[in-house]
Design a protein around this ligand. Structure first.
Ligand code: ADP
Ligand code: MG
Length: 335
């Protein structure tokens, strides 16, 4: 950890002070984000990611403890100073009305403009730069309402960049996006963080995304507790399995995916012939067989034996051999 992290949470407890009593969501968090670091905040639905984001953004008061940005306590900053310290990108689809891309990105400059909100030349330059950095050049005059979800999300990132804050918080920014747009957005955020030295906190419930692209992961469990480390260390430490696993689902550390726990799996001995055992054909054959209720076994003596070659799939049952020309045919024969 660097000496003065962009964000520091000290004994922070989040939650809601309801009329019938306090409702604590997370308690006693001690976490930090360094300059240029991308932290993924990952946890199941309802664990408290948005509550934490809102608390860090100053929209929800902490139940106790404090949020520090660049060494200064958030509670002591005025609204304008908070807006210069952090920007927040939310999940909700924005209703842009008749606003253009330029208009929305320019909103990011409001903490710097005078009473009338008039942009100076310097502000316009920042808006242009933010648009360029978010790959929106040439789209300045497009209406927000007429953009794709991925483009609209890039506009919200551009607005956050125009706000020129050391810390950017993004609450489930990929929620409405398809896989390629999700990756596009996350890679763009990583590049911006690393090139511009911005700290990013990105919440997601998508395991793959967080494990692959976070410099660090804050893994939040259903009780709102958080462990922080690099993603791989959290996998190896069993934390990912503990947080996301259920009675039926267990996290397979070797494959990096969740497997359904089943007692009734039938053994199948799968061997590659004339192709490497790590060939894609072998992997996807086992993928299909798992769905049919088979588990891979090393035992060549009992049970079914399946040979995968470069051209076919052969089931050997004692002396009898049946060959299938496609995986589809094999699967329908075994179903
Ligand atoms: P996540 O973003 O991880 O899905 P949230 O932070 O939205 O989780 O919710 C965490 C917990 O706080 C949930 O139990 C939720 O019901 C509760 N909660 C969320 N918003 C409020 C609110 N405005 N008042 C009281 N409880 C809330
Ligand atoms: Mg949420």
């Amino acid at each position: 950890m660097v000496e003065c992290p962009h964000l520091l949470l000290e004994n922070l407890s989040t939650g809601y002070a309801e009329p019938r009593g306090r409702r604590t969501v997370s308690s006693e968090l001690n976490l930090g984000i360094a300059s240029g670091e991308v932290v993924m905040l990952m946890g199941p639905n309802g664990s408290g990611k948005s509550t934490l984001m809102h608390t860090i953004a100053g929209l929800l008061p902490p139940l106790s403890g404090q949020v520090k940005i660049l060494g200064r306590s958030l509670a002591r900053l005025g609204r304008r100073d908070v807006a210069r310290a952090l920007s927040l990108v939310l999940t909700e689809r924005v209703d842009g009305g008749n606003m253009t891309v330029w208009d929305v990105v320019a909103l990011g400059r409001y903490p710097y403009t005078n009473f009338f909100g008039k942009l100076q030349r310097e502000d316009e330059k920042m808006v242009s730069e933010a648009i360029e950095q978010s790959h929106l050049k040439g789209m300045e005059q497009r209406l927000i309402a007429e953009l794709s979800d991925g483009e609209r999300q890039r506009v919200m990132v551009a607005r956050a960049l125009a706000q020129d804050t050391p810390l950017i918080l993004l609450d489930e920014p990929t929620a409405h996006l398809d896989l390629p747009s999700r990756l596009d957005l996350v890679l763009m955020l990583r590049r911006l963080a690393h090139e511009l030295g911005k700290s990013m906190l990105i919440s997601t419930h998508e395991l793959d995304l967080a494990l692959s692209w976070g410099d660090r992961l804050w893994l939040m469990d259903r009780e709102g507790k958080v462990v922080s480390d690099i993603p791989e260390a959290l996998v190896l430490g069993g934390h990912v399995g503990r947080v996301f696993g259920t009675e039926e689902l267990s996290y397979d550390v070797e494959r990096g995916e969740f497997l359904v726990q089943r007692e009734d799996l039938r053994p199948i001995c799968l061997v590659a012939e004339g192709i490497p055992s790590e060939d894609h054909r072998v992997y996807w054959t086992m993928h299909a067989l798992s769905r049919l209720g088979y588990k891979r076994s090393e035992d060549t003596e009992t049970g079914l034996k399946l040979v995968v070659t470069a051209t076919d799939w052969q089931i050997k049952d004692g002396e009898e051999v049946r060959s299938y020309g496609s995986l589809t045919d094999l699967v329908s024969a075994l179903s």
